[in-house]
Design a protein. Structure first.
Length: 273
């Protein structure tokens, strides 16, 4: 299987995705912004269609448009402070409207379906270069802003009082989310991309460890999810995105079951004493 160039490309991209998505996802989950990740995932489809229509790289188009939508969400938060769900509806309506209009126009230079469901056959060497550049920039930005982002994740108002530039960091963070989404759509697909951002983190949170251990575990779970999804979907001849989402849910359920069994075992041992 790894003798094929497209599988080699897909494997390299998957490694970057499995590291980058949990690094972004853990901050989204802690801030209860998981649905923002889902909204921006769907927004990336509009960027893809714009890229295809303008003869530009669709990943670059997804990154630019998703970054704009992320900035728009942060901007609208000042006007709809108590209605976050309304902000997401506005951005989702804009992005889906653009995507459907572009697709239905019949002027696209390629089929956008592979971006909706994910396809290992469409990963090119240029895509790998784009993924590498965006991933490195994103990880470096996360390292540089690590302390401030943790502060904001746990208490945004206290961080602002302490002098942290919350709004600026929020804008940068949404650009990082856009980067994670745009590098992932080739393999995972738009429709289930949010699962790669949130589910490995949700699985790691069940371990009840500190932030750093949770982050490391979420990356490990992400690697397990996407590698199993990639290899098994190849042999089953199904879309890797959808199957990876199923694997992510299955791993989460297994961890929950193991946690429940561990709790019951501790109770049984304490009763025996």
């Amino acid at each position: 299987m790894l003798n094929y160039a497209f599988m080699q490309n897909a494997l390299v991209v998957s490694v970057f995705i499995s590291i980058l998505c949990p690094c972004i996802g853990i901050f989204l989950v802690l801030r209860r912004y998981s649905m923002i990740g889902d909204t921006l995932s769907h927004a990336s489809l509009a960027g893809v269609t714009i890229g295809l229509m303008t003869h530009q790289n669709p990943i670059l188009g997804a990154f630019v448009f998703t970054s704009i939508c992320g900035a728009l969400i942060e901007f609208l938060r000042n006007y709809f402070k108590k209605y976050t769900d309304l902000i997401l509806t506005i951005v989702l309506s804009l992005s889906v409207g653009v995507a459907i209009t572009m697709i239905s126009s019949g002027k696209l230079n390629a089929n956008a379906d592979s971006f909706m469901f994910g396809s290992i056959l469409t990963v090119t060497e240029f895509d790998m270069i784009m993924v590498f550049i965006l991933s490195v920039i994103s990880v470096l930005a996360l390292i540089f802003l690590y302390d401030q982002m943790i502060y904001i994740a746990y208490d945004e108002e206290a961080a602002q009082t302490a002098g942290v530039k919350v709004r600026l960091i929020n804008y940068v963070f949404f650009v990082l989310v856009a980067s994670a989404i745009s590098v992932s759509i080739r393999i995972v697909g738009v429709l289930v991309l949010s699962s790669m951002i949130a589910l490995p983190v949700a699985t790691a949170l069940q371990l009840g460890k500190g932030f750093k251990i949770t982050l490391v575990c979420s990356i490990l779970f992400s690697i397990i999810d996407i590698m199993l999804g990639l290899f098994i979907s190849y042999y089953l001849n199904v879309a890797p995105g959808g199957f990876t989402a199923l694997v992510s849910v299955a791993v989460l359920l297994l961890v929950l079951l193991a946690k429940k069994l561990g709790t019951n075992l501790k109770m049984w041992r304490s009763d025996q004493k």
